[in-house]
Design a protein around this ligand. Structure first.
Ligand SMILES: [Zn+2]
Length: 335
């Protein structure tokens, strides 16, 4: 067989996906290198299975410098009991484990951005091999996927749970029901800058219910953003019927990213002065930030303006920006 699609994954799981009860183990990917000739990348995984019922796949650390997901999922993996579950919960707190260990967005091994590597390749880079395992082994088992993101070191977000506008309206509607159950302070109809290669897209194309989050950023987590992640995860499991109990969704503000006018990019680098903060209202063409050239004094700053009316839902985090950086994202308040 020469077709790539039929080549088996080099990853072997130390857990048995068919077994009942709780198992903590690893996805072991052989990775030969200078400090370990026959070494492996060991991606932690927990599976909690109790009889018939839906399967939820919960993932964090798709990007290695985003922390609410890994915190909520390491906590859930140690605390969820098999008798609380009807069905299966698969927990991978740090998908791109090498990136997570390094505290970087992409993998230090191959610079791979997990969320641009799907569907992956069994004979590709380390990052592509992990993506391929998710595409061909984990995603097919799942009915529901919750993938945690935050802004990482370079962006900061209002805390929201999100789903995408999809061609299949039934699939879309179900996803938004789960976003409602997650009940972050904000809920987003999300537009991607470029959806090719994303885990989201791979799952959605398989017909899975896929929801995601952006819960903060700056390369850290807060008590508030972590609490949102933990409570949201349990309410998603309750809404799926996997964990017992009623969902009592808290108040949420619906936001919509209708088109590319949401995004403002820097055309020159420099020192950024925020003019408004996250959550504040803007009108079309209003100044969101100023970028000062840093080569010399006496220069006027370049103004970054909103492309539409709305509220600021994401911003560049570090104090210096480069040409091409996403400086701001504006979303419409829905209803
Ligand atoms: Zn991310």
């Amino acid at each position: 067989m020469t077709e790539i699609g039929l080549r088996p994954s080099p990853i072997s799981a130390t857990v048995n996906f068919a077994a009942e009860g709780i198992q903590h183990g690893f996805l072991r990917l052989p990775y030969s290198r200078d400090d370990s000739a026959w070494g492996s990348v060991m991606v932690p995984i927990t599976i909690v299975r109790n009889g018939k019922g839906p399967t939820a796949l919960l993932t964090g650390g798709n990007h290695g410098d985003e922390y609410e997901g890994p915190i909520a999922l390491f906590d859930l993996a140690r605390s969820l009991k098999a008798e609380e579950v009807r069905g299966t919960v698969i927990i991978v707190p740090a998908m791109n484990y090498p990136a997570f260990q390094a505290g970087t967005r992409t993998s230090p091994i191959d610079r791979g951005n997990m969320n641009r590597s799907f569907p992956g390749r069994p004979d590709g880079t380390v990052t592509e091999k992990i993506a391929d395992y998710f595409s061909r082994v984990l995603l097919p088992m799942a009915d529901l996927v919750l993938d945690f993101h935050s802004g990482g070191k370079t962006l900061d977000f209002l805390p929201f749970c999100a789903a995408h506008i999809l061609p299949n309206k039934q699939q879309q509607e179900k996803a938004f029901e789960f976003v409602t159950a997650f009940a972050a302070p904000y809920s987003m109809k999300m537009l991607e800058i470029d959806a090719v290669g994303m885990y989201d897209t791979a799952a959605e194309e398989m017909g899975k219910i896929f929801i995601t989050t952006e819960l903060g950023g700056g390369g850290t987590a807060t008590a508030k953003s972590t609490a949102i992640a933990k409570r949201g995860t349990m309410d998603v499991l309750r809404h799926a019927g996997i964990v017992e109990g009623a969902v009592d969704p808290g108040p949420t503000t619906w936001l919509d990213m209708p088109d590319d006018r949401c995004f403002s990019f820097a055309e020159e680098g420099g020192l950024i002065e925020p003019v408004i903060d996250l959550g504040e209202a803007v009108t079309d063409d209003a100044v969101i930030a100023r970028i000062y050239p840093i080569g010399r004094t006496g220069m006027a700053p370049r103004e970054i303006r909103a492309g539409m009316n709305g509220i600021l839902c994401a911003r560049h985090f570090p104090g210096l920006v480069k040409a091409g950086d996403c400086v701001a994202v504006v979303a419409i308040v829905d209803g």
